[in-house]
Write a protein that binds this ligand. Structure first.
Ligand code: BMA
Length: 868
């Protein structure tokens, strides 16, 4: 039976519960998988074979573990594996089961990818058709004492999507980049599994989240939604909403709810003697005086309280089941008020996040599935990736809608570290049918995931979709036709179905229908004075990163610049003879429709693209980092008009040239190091005094200070005019500044500056520095860098490099990971003025050749790529 909302299976909270009444048998072992269709394309050495299956897992990772296929992340191997998505797969599990007299025996599947028929001992127990939904199937008529066999048949995803397209009618979709386009909008499977403009087509199948049997009698807690309705300085209130399992008897049971503080001290408790109140949707209300509130990182601490909901049989006070979760006391609000007064940038409406009533400046990036096969992303990997985001001074990640509703492991780290999460509902770059089965699928998955994730403190905003409103306004004729001619394209989900699910299940969190969106379906979704924007005309269209300066978004939730992965990641994925910028393998590992040639066009805005691969790699990474700095610093300069920057994209799902800061092997690209600087709490930037239209020359300049810090920022701002050839800077401005906490300031610079190609500006307040380079490098007469180094190896695995520069050196990088693939450098893209020194550290498990560290191409700087 397909899951209906009443049969909805409780999300994985129950996994942690230690219960007396409710018995759980994990079905994570003893699985095998075999191709179940005899398509001609199934290779002969695989056809008819049975492989050990990991659960949770998927077909690709099982075949890889058996060495039956080549690694799809290497070279162009993914092309050879397209048959997998056209094949049906049968998963089989043998298990033993002993009856325990329970009234209910249910199979719980937290994630099936995707269209599946389930049989126990040959009897049909149900079907599934949505990867984003959990299922619960009744086993009471099919399970038997002793040996049992569970078989799950997964339909081949690609033929299924194509059949749905024929049956229901084709609708526009996009996003697939240079991949063969497949209709990702025709089934409820992670869209990017169909290939995206940064990811390969690797259509897989499998049991991707835990699977287990639960048996119980009398009563069962299906899920708990702790909704924080108030979190003030003196007082917090929690409405604990308890959903009971279908078939629960109300009489004779009781729930007790307790809350303990981060030290384990009991702070609140309530009991419901009568479960019918729970069924009526009445909350168990908890109150906390003097709460320790949860804050985003940089705004306060992240204390986590422990909430426990226990189910008891009244007769003998036996605890039947317990649900436990760490929660944070916080409220969030999205403020979208119309502007009362005209601003120099226009008049529109605000878009900013408040946490506990305090406005928060959002700094971060978009998060995509961290692997094409999400089950490979372990809790440790989530932790290290999110720590890497925090280390780059990010306080927000947007979980993008072409992927998944993220795992608890992702959210738990964000809760702990204070990273705000913006979660999209998973609809991206497509029009969707609004009738069944889509309407019931999307309603069910929205309700399931709202319930599953509502307890996480880090979740501050729900968002309806990615670019679907933008598409019907702006994209090709077939897209625009949908809106122009009033055809259904999915707006009902963003304006009705999802808001109604949120109002039923979690009215405590804010919602926004789309990214981008301007507050009404009748206003252009990318209107910069309203709502949030995606700024893609720079990378995709007008090119030169200086064109970010023509934009003035209230909140930029996407914009990005491509850059290749790090060298060791290329080394792992691209054969040696293919390591040149436009080799077939390099082009293949860049799924953007513009491909590598677009990357070189963008490079030409700064440098003359070199033939030498080592130089090309360095310069392409520099271009990415500088371009994002151009945009992010400008948007921050526009604060408080602007209230957030989330660039595209934080991570990658395989080794690929993309817009990411961290590559597919989790290595930090130079952009990551630039990010740590341009997202620092205190930013000093030199930019034009006003938005500059594309292609126009910069008018007067200004120094901008954005103080994203709870203390005021005082000091002497000094702005000097330098030339790259002679070391005799000229003072342009000196002024005492006092920037209020969380405030910003603009200081105009002399309006009549004429900056020749060899000139640049340096602004400084104490240790915070800003540069303004008005001309492309290929016009600048850099002197060769004169550097001296003191290298020492103070501890095993740590190298210290003191660097002294007798000349200007720009964007110096030491690519130690070319010597040892795990080596990590403490800083990159260093710019030093004549006579300046700095010190960096390298961590490496392997021994490094100290003399190689300062030699080309390990060491690179932009000085070598100026005017020839
Ligand atoms: C936006 C995103 C993604 C895409 C990215 C780069 O459209 O929402 O769909 O990968 O730009 O093109």
């Amino acid at each position: 039976m397909t899951m209906t909302p009443s049969k909805r299976h409780a999300p994985s909270e129950l996994k942690e519960s230690r219960t007396h009444g409710l018995r759980r048998i994990n079905l994570g072992n003893n699985w095998s998988v075999t191709p179940s269709t005899n398509h001609l394309q199934v290779p002969a050495d695989i056809s008819g074979r049975t492989f050990t299956a990991a659960v949770p897992g998927c077909v690709h990772t099982d075949l890889l573990a058996a060495n039956a296929i080549r690694d799809p992340y290497i070279d162009r191997n993914d092309e050879l594996l397209q048959w997998i998505g056209e094949t049906s797969w049968q998963y089989t599990c043998d298990f033993t089961w002993q009856p325990d007299g329970a009234d209910h025996i249910e199979l719980c599947c937290e994630g099936l990818d995707t269209v599946a028929e389930l049989r126990l001992n040959g009897k049909l127990i149900g079907n599934a058709d949505n990867m984003h939904l959990g299922y619960r199937f009744d086993l009471s008529n099919s399970i038997r004492p002793g040996a049992n066999q569970l078989v799950i048949n997964f339909a081949a995803p690609l033929p299924y999507a194509e059949t749905m397209q024929k049956r229901m009618g084709a609708l526009p979709y996009a996003g697939t980049g240079s991949n063969t386009p497949h209709p990702h909008n025709m089934m409820r499977k992670m869209a990017c599994n169909f290939g995206w403009d940064w990811g390969p087509v690797l259509l897989t199948a499998g049991i991707w989240r835990p699977i287990y049997i639960e048996s119980w009698s009398g009563a069962r807690i299906d899920s708990v939604r702790p909704l924080i309705t108030r979190a003030d300085t003196d007082f917090a209130a929690i409405d604990v909403m308890i959903d009971l399992g279908a078939g629960t008897k109300l009489e004779g049971y009781q729930v007790n709810v307790t809350l303990t503080d981060p030290e384990g001290k009991h702070v609140a408790a309530e009991a419901f003697a009568n479960l019918s109140k729970v069924v009526d949707g009445q909350p168990v209300q908890l109150e906390v005086t003097k709460p320790r509130r949860w804050w985003p990182i940089g705004y306060g601490e992240q204390p986590l309280y422990t909430l426990t909901v226990s189910l008891y049989a009244e007769s003998n006070e036996t605890e039947l089941q317990a649900w436990t979760r760490k929660i944070g006391l916080k409220t969030s609000r999205l403020v979208t008020d119309p502007d009362l007064a005209e601003h120099s940038l226009g008049k529109g409406s605000t878009f900013h996040i408040e946490v506990n009533g305090q406005r928060v400046y959002c700094k971060g990036a978009n998060w995509i599935p961290d692997d094409c096969f999400p089950t490979r992303v372990t809790p440790q990997r989530y932790r290290s990736q999110i720590e890497t985001a925090v280390e780059a001074n990010m306080n927000m990640l947007r979980v993008w809608g072409g992927g998944i509703y993220e795992d608890h492991a992702f959210y738990e780290v964000c809760d702990e570290l204070g990273v705000m999460v913006w979660q999209d509902f998973t609809m991206a770059c497509a029009c969707y049918h609004e009738d069944d089965p889509f309407a019931s699928w999307i309603d069910a998955e929205a309700r399931y995931n709202i319930t599953r994730l509502s307890s996480h403190a880090s979740l501050v905003l729900w968002n309806g979709c990615n670019e679907n409103v933008l598409g019907v306004y702006e994209w090709s004729e077939d897209w625009r036709d949908m809106r122009a001619n009033g055809k259904p394209w999915g707006l009902k989900y963003y304006l009705e179905i999802i808001p109604s699910a949120l109002s039923d299940l979690d009215p405590s969190k804010p919602y926004w229908p789309a990214s981008p969106y301007s507050g009404s379906p009748d206003t252009h979704p990318n209107a910069e004075e309203h709502g949030n924007c995606h700024i893609w005309d720079v990378w995709n269209g007008e090119g030169n990163a200086r064109n970010y300066l023509s934009h003035y978004p209230r909140f930029a939730s996407e914009f990005g610049f491509h850059g290749p992965p790090t060298f060791p990641t290329i080394e792992r994925s691209i054969p040696e003879d293919q390591r040149y910028f436009d080799s077939p393998a390099m082009i293949h590992h860049n799924r953007h429709a513009g491909g590598q040639s677009l990357a070189n066009e963008r490079m030409a805005d700064y440098f003359i693209p070199p033939d030498n691969f080592d130089d090309w790699l360095y310069l392409a990474q520099v271009v990415q980092a500088r371009s994002l700095a151009m945009g992010v610093e400008w948007f921050r300069a526009l604060s408080p008009w602007n209230s957030g920057v989330l660039y595209w994209q934080f991570n990658d799902c395989w080794p690929v040239a993309s817009w990411s800061a961290v590559d597919g092997d989790q290595r930090r690209k130079p952009l990551w190091y630039a990010t740590r600087r341009f997202l620092a709490d205190r930013l000093l930037a030199i930019r034009p005094a006003h938005p500059t239209p594309n292609g126009a020359s910069f008018g007067p300049l200004a120094a901008y200070l954005h103080n994203d810090h709870p203390k005021s920022w005082q000091g002497t701002l000094v702005v000097m005019l330098h030339t790259v050839t002679v070391d005799s800077p000229e003072l342009l401005k000196t002024i005492e500044v006092d920037v209020p906490p969380r405030g910003s300031l603009k200081i105009d610079l002399p309006p009549d500056l004429l900056l020749s190609p060899d000139m640049f500006l340096v602004g400084q307040i104490a240790d915070t520095r800003a540069y303004w380079w008005p001309h492309p490098d290929h016009l600048v007469s850099y002197q060769p860098a004169e550097l001296s180094f003191q290298i020492s190896n103070p501890h095993v695995g740590i190298y210290q490099i003191g660097i002294n520069s007798q000349t200007l050196v720009r964007d110096l990088c030491i690519f130690a990971d070319r010597l040892a693939s795990d080596a990590q450098v403490s800083d990159q893209l260093l710019t030093l003025l004549p006579g300046e020194s700095t010190c960096i550290y390298i961590h490496s498990h392997e021994e490094l050749s100290e003399s190689s560290l300062t030699r080309y191409p390990i060491l690179q700087c932009a000085n070598n790529f100026g005017l020839k």
